[in-house]
Design a protein around this ligand. Structure first.
Ligand code: C2O
Ligand code: CU
Ligand code: CU
Length: 470
């Protein structure tokens, strides 16, 4: 069976929103898709790896003419105990959040309680103990996450494990295993970005697709099968992905794990902060052909087909066993509401407050959470995200989840009027945020934080900031 729809309520697609900015095909020359360099460790021992990550200003030739002023990090990462030296060379305070890593909060996690001031640095050490996935690093200084991500502070990181490594899947980085970071921007005078000018409390968007920081990219296909690791790194845009010729492809993974079984499809919707991994088989094409990836009818990436060796591997029917621990009978269903639009956004009727803990949850206990989007249809889809955990989607308004969300996730899109139930558990302690990942909704207060309590140390105190001065 091949899935031919986007699953979500069409009435809620972002193009129905009054502030919708349609994507437009760039009129510039096609350029090779930028493949972010793999970050090299500064030092590596048998058990530990050390990295330096610098947030810095820069300039990139995105369009012909003037270079665009951008902010950035120095690239993606890989497994073991990671020691990261975080350096801020920006003119304002930032934080370094590992979206998708189950590491302690609030410091290692890098949410708003872990500031790094201009010219300063911070060292964090953590162990990655979770299934193979594509995660990401982004700035998270509340309430300026939207602006800093718009400036360019986002990067991918690939977590590997032995299980995934043993499967017959493409994993030659840059050749047949390609990160595809989907974003959009508006270029103002002299090719510059102007977040304030484009500000919209329901999410900032621009008409120009930007893929891995490339405008109008192409990719040279030299293998029959290519794995694409999509990350929606846009502030508010959903991408409705499909290929020319309605080419069928296979989804193999979601945010934080492989899917239990591969899902064949021709259409794939990705909302903010989600990751979706697919394998595309270009077997029926000839050298010289071009296969185009679109969102709606706007081309995002052109795949230029070259000679390749025939590839007879098949994707295994069983990819992953999603852990499904029983919910603790002592923990009642926990309700979260995603409320309002524009400046009025809130969670459970309240705006986010940095020095308020909204909820406490015992370490390792499993609880059902009910996430409700209280916007009536045709409101917006809210992509609901939790730090520090990998959850399982168990139902949508009482129905089974979509087949491509049966692995572990950290972000789940909730339709207007819908209740999505998820199973939540934490294997690390600390203070963690949960929020809508339309970044302006998060910055606007559709966010809360919980404390994961270790029964061995129930009174542990965390230093919470009450505000952040940029
Ligand atoms: Cu992508 Cu609060 O995070
Ligand atoms: Cu996160
Ligand atoms: Cu939202």
């Amino acid at each position: 069976e091949v899935i031919n729809n986007y699953f979500y309520d069409e009435a809620a697609y972002d193009y129905h929103d009054a502030g919708y900015v349609p994507l437009e095909e760039p009129q510039t020359k096609q350029r090779p898709l930028n493949i972010p360099d793999l970050l090299k460790p500064d030092k590596e021992t048998a058990t530990d790896m050390y990295y330096t990550i610098v947030a810095q200003t820069g300039e990139v030739q995105l369009l012909p003419g003037k270079k665009t002023k951008t902010w950035g990090y120095n690239g993606p990462l890989l497994g073991k105990t990671i020691h990261v030296h975080l350096v801020n060379h920006l003119p304002e305070v930032t934080t370094f959040h590992w979206h998708g890593l189950a590491i302690p909060g609030p410091i290692e996690d890098g949410g708003c309680h872990a500031p790094v001031y201009p010219g300063e640095s911070r060292d964090v050490t953590f162990k990655i103990n979770q299934p193979a996935a594509f995660v990401w690093l982004h700035a998270h200084p509340c309430p300026s996450t939207g602006e800093q991500v718009w400036h360019g502070l986002a990067g991918g990181a690939i977590v590997q494990d032995e299980h995934e490594a043993a499967l017959p899947l493409p994993r030659n980085y840059g050749v047949d295993d390609i990160p595809i970071i989907l974003q959009d921007r508006r270029f103002h005078e002299d090719n510059q970005w102007d977040y304030r000018a484009d500000y919209d409390p329901d999410g900032v968007a621009g008409p120009t697709p930007m893929i891995n920081g490339t405008i109008n990219p192409y990719f040279d296909v030299t293998t029959q099968k290519v794995r694409l690791r999509f990350l929606d790194g846009a502030n508010r845009r959903e991408f409705r992905l499909h290929f020319s010729d309605d080419l069928e492809f296979t989804q193999i993974a979601g945010d934080l794990s492989l899917l239990p079984h591969p899902v064949k499809m021709t259409k794939l919707l990705i909302t903010c902060a989600e990751r979706q991994e697919i394998v595309v088989d270009f077997g029926k094409y000839q050298p010289g052909d071009v296969v185009t990836l679109y969102s709606d009818d706007v081309p995002l990436v052109r795949f230029r087909i070259h000679e390749f060796q025939p590839d007879h591997t098949t994707i295994p029917q069983d990819l992953f066993e999603t852990p499904d621990p029983a919910a603790d009978p002592d923990l009642p269903v926990h309700h979260v509401t995603l409320d309002g639009m524009d400046e009025a956004v809130a969670m459970n009727g309240k705006k986010f407050k940095m020095d308020r803990i909204d909820y406490k949850m015992p370490l390792h206990k499993v609880q059902i959470w009910d996430i409700e989007n209280t916007n009536p249809a045709p409101g917006m889809i809210h992509p609901y995200h939790m730090h520090g955990t990998a959850f399982e989607v168990i139902s949508r308004n009482g129905h089974a989840p979509y087949p491509n969300e049966l692995g572990l996730k950290d972000t789940v899109a909730v339709n207007p009027g819908e209740h999505v139930r998820i199973k939540v558990w934490f294997n690390v302690v600390g203070v963690f945020m949960y929020h809508c990942h339309i970044i302006e909704h998060e910055d606007g207060g559709m966010m809360a934080q919980l404390q994961v309590v270790d029964p061995a140390d129930p009174n542990k105190k965390y230093h919470l900031m009450d505000h952040m001065t940029l």
